[in-house]
Write a protein that binds this ligand. Structure first.
Ligand SMILES: *Cc1c(COP(=O)(O)O)cnc(C)c1O
Length: 420
């Protein structure tokens, strides 16, 4: 199916229906003006060329209108977050009422745990996958402590087997069989940032619910990468950021999903602020808190419009490309990368990401035995932007919106050259 040649890579690009989307992005260049091979969209996505225009529009309206912009701007600021909802919901496979863009990822994770981690003396443990992203682990540990539990006892880690890098679903089942009546929450990264392994979200949700647990996912490495089909999974909540695969700029706002079944539950505890209050009476100021139905009811503050303008620019591109088309291309593009790495026939190299495309997104984590960070430095010198994880893993993530088959080919050639 694949061939190891530049001609083949170029032919794939020519035949790729999404090939022109690359032109919508600023591609970073080296000092001589050559485009870099940017494979780091899993860390910070590239800037759409349209972003500055979207932000400038809001700056202009602010200059012209001052406070009146809340209602009179072309895209009024009062309901501005609503302009993001439909496109964001499509990306993660949710109903619009289940999604809101607000705050940042770790903040949203805490807000979700305020509502969905309600431990009792008997049922209080939280399961995370081992090697969960540090921020998630810190957040979960602090929630345990906040409720008076010791993380040493309350934090249960779903770990790979001895000598392996990936987690087996059967081992999570075993954890549930052994400790299910003590577990309150499963909080799993949908796609692990280190190994690139994507977990079966629906199966995990069904397993958790069977044992009376709530289930939440961190889609930081899933949103804009895999198609998580969130509503269908039945998960109780999910959180993600918009600056990785969603190309919305450093530190940009996060997304949050609350399943429809929780939309109108007044008994659910939550931390509240005026932006989660009924829009009709929000400015009367004296009403008792009356939460908006759906995910919007978890908002706290009026949001930063300039950041949301950048998100809107990016989501408009996603809507045009279509998440399912992107995933389709991604399977081919990462398959090509896998093929080329295998073609190196270098027994120092091992791809630790699952070989089954259904169990991964676009990222491949490439372990190079006995390598050290110098390998990464040499890749950088050779014009490849990738990501290094100690002790010996290079993570590369060809993003289907702006990476080409030619990018992938050049990466593998440069890696080969460096290793020889
Ligand atoms: C990137 C990432 C974060 C970062 O959290 P912020 O609150 O946006 O700084 C957290 N968790 C995971 C799994 C991530 O991949």
């Amino acid at each position: 199916m694949y061939q190891n040649s530049l001609e083949f890579a170029r032919r794939c690009d020519t035949n790729d229906p999404l090939t022109d989307f690359r032109n919508k992005f600023h591609i970073p260049k080296d000092a001589e003006g050559n485009e870099l091979i940017y494979l780091c969209g899993n860390s910070l996505g590239l800037q759409p060329k349209s972003t500055s225009e979207y932000i400038r529009k809001e700056l202009d309206d602010w200059a012209k209108l001052g406070v009146e912009g809340h209602t009179e701007a072309e895209h009024p600021w009062l309901p501005y977050h609503e302009f993001l909802t439909k496109n964001m919901a499509d990306i993660v496979g949710a109903r619009p009422s289940e999604v809101v863009v607000m705050n940042t990822l770790t903040t949203n994770l805490h807000l979700m745990m305020v509502s969905f981690y309600q431990p009792t003396a008997k049922k209080y443990k939280i399961v995370v996958e081992s090697d969960a992203f540090p921020s998630d682990k810190y957040a979960v540990e602090s929630q345990l402590k906040f409720h008076g539990f010791d993380p040493k006892d309350g934090l249960v880690q779903w770990t790979p087997r001895e000598g392996e890098e990936l987690c087996h679903f059967e081992d999570l089942e075993q954890i549930m069989t052994d400790q299910g009546d003590e577990i309150a929450l499963l909080m799993i990264g949908s796609t692990n940032y280190y190994s690139g392994q994507s977990f079966p979200l629906k199966k995990i949700t069904e397993l958790g619910h069977k044992f009376g647990c709530l289930v939440g996912f961190d889609l930081a490495h899933g949103a804009g990468n895999i198609y998580p089909d969130l509503h269908e999974t039945g998960a109780d909540f999910a959180v993600w950021c918009s600056y990785k695969y969603l190309n919305s700029g450093p530190g940009s706002l996060g997304g949050c999903f609350v399943h429809k079944r929780h939309a109108n539950n007044p008994k659910l505890k939550r931390f509240t602020g005026w932006w989660g209050h009924n829009k009709q009476t929000r400015f009367n100021m004296r009403h008792e808190f009356d939460p908006l139905p759906g995910a919007e009811g978890w908002q706290l503050s009026n949001p930063p419009i300039l950041s949301m303008a950048a998100i809107r620019a990016s989501l408009d591109i996603f809507a045009e490309a279509g998440m399912k088309n992107l995933r389709k291309k991604s399977l081919k593009l990462t398959g090509f990368l896998e093929f080329l790495i295998d073609q190196l026939h270098d027994n120092r190299i091992e791809i630790i990401t699952p070989r089954d495309p259904d169990e991964r997104g676009c990222q491949l984590s490439i372990q190079v035995k006995s390598a050290n960070k110098k390998l990464h430095d040499k890749l950088t010198e050779a014009g490849v932007i990738s990501d290094w994880r100690e002790p010996d893993v290079v993570r590369v993530a060809p993003a289907p919106l702006y990476n080409s088959f030619e990018d992938v080919f050049h990466f593998s050639e440069r890696l080969k050259h460096i290793l020889s």
